[in-house]
Ligand binder design. Structure first.
Ligand code: ATP
Length: 363
């Protein structure tokens, strides 16, 4: 059987532990061995005890745990060829011939670069006398499978990334809590949620909490949005609504690419509408906490699929990434998915945005 290395990389996301559990157990079930590579690519570059075999019992209870228990890191060294050369050496020294990477856009780009360079890296390891030709011979191809772990849901080619529904759930709970105070005091709240480039969390939260207004990076509001926003809020208030909620993604901007800051929205509500307005920046509570039921399910089935995909790979198949589309788990080309994601503004659906904005005054 294969020796499968497994790492989580980039920002942590609820469900990453479910992936590790599923990959470890499915690997063992298929007569393979699983190796946890700790601290993301950092562990791959450093080797030594950062790479440890994981057994069935090691991952007991992990399905319910937030974050990632094998650690994650941003690793500058892996961005350089020298770092990837060290990583290749460490894989071979540990006898690892397959790699599962769970992370975001950057992490999967790194995996793709690594695979593309693999043959050249092996040649260099032999040429520099680091390893012998006999040592590298069994590792002619590197099989990599990617898993999309990110709270942002910022990938093309898949309906949901692992972690996004947990983060959305937490955001909705937090906004529900803010509602109570807002309603009690007839206040306005500007709630800032994560999303530097992708407004999926903000959009979904706005629909799910019936927010009054929404700002996301992909849909800059038209000029004069200040009046638009104030007139809707005034209308809602006149109809008896006691609280006002505006959701803003951290990367929201206007048509001139100026950042729309929470503080600015607060000032508009305060100055023009004389609303007692507070800003609530949800911050890292959005990322933490146990995965919701959907992410437990998704991480488990996708982890199983990752091992199946690895075992089915032939030398000519491109590296796959595990996806979910219309409730069906499948695989796509890793390189193509990464490319598509970088070319398109991910998955914002303009119709959903319109609906959010049309229904926003419903309670
Ligand atoms: P998040 O969605 O949370 O931002 P991410 O995976 O996109 O997650 P990054 O910080 O972009 O997070 O990437 C994680 C790590 O992947 C980097 O620290 C680096 O080690 C590696 N990486 C990213 N891009 C590349 C690249 N082009 N070449 C090689 N390695 C890369």
């Amino acid at each position: 059987g294969k020796r499968i290395g497994l790492l989580t990389s980039g920002g942590d996301a609820p469900g990453m532990n479910g992936v590790v559990r599923a990959v470890v157990r499915m690997a063992i079930h298929c007569d393979c061995e699983a190796y946890g590579i700790y601290e993301g690519y950092e562990g791959l570059v450093q080797g030594g005890d950062m790479i440890r075999q994981l057994y069935w019992e090691d991952v007991r209870g992990w399905l319910l745990r937030g974050g990632t228990l094998i650690g994650s890191a941003r690793c500058a060294a892996f961005r350089e060829r020298a770092g990837r050369l060290a990583a290749a050496r460490n894989l071979i020294l540990n006898g690892i011939d397959a790699l599962v990477v769970c992370g975001g856009d950057g992490s999967l780009t790194g995996a793709d670069v690594f695979r593309a360079e693999w043959t050249g890296l092996l040649d260099e390891l032999v040429a520099t006398g680091t390893l012998t030709a006999e040592q590298v011979a069994p590792y002619a191809t590197l099989n990599i499978v990617g898993l999309l772990g990110s709270i942002d849901n910022d990938f093309s080619g898949t309906d949901a990334t692992i972690g996004c529904y947990s983060a959305l759930t937490r955001i909705c709970e937090a906004i529900d809590d803010v509602f109570d105070t807002a309603t009690s005091h007839r206040r306005g709240f500007v709630v800032e949620v994560m999303g530097r480039y992708c407004g999926w969390l903000a959009l979904m939260a706005a629909i799910s909490t019936a927010a009054d207004w929404l700002f996301i990076p992909e849909m800059p509001p038209r000029d004069g949005w200040e009046e638009d926003m104030c007139s809707i809020i005034t209308k809602n208030r006149d109809r008896g609504k006691r609280r006002t909620i505006v959701i803003v993604a951290e990367g929201a901007q206007d048509r001139n690419l100026n950042h729309i800051a929470s503080a600015k929205i607060k000032d508009i509500l305060t100055d023009r509408l004389h609303l007692d307005t507070r800003v609530s920046v949800l911050g890292h509570i959005q990322r933490g906490g146990p995965p919701c039921a959907y992410d437990r399910w998704l991480s488990t089935l996708q982890g199983v699929k990752a091992v199946e995909a690895l075992l089915a790979l032939t030398p000519d198949t491109p590296s796959p990434v595990v996806t979910i589309r219309e409730n069906t788990i499948g695989v796509s080309s890793l390189a193509e998915t990464v490319k598509l994601t970088q070319e398109t503004a991910a998955s914002i659906d303009a119709k959903q945005f319109d609906r959010a904005m049309t229904l926003r005054d419903s309670e």
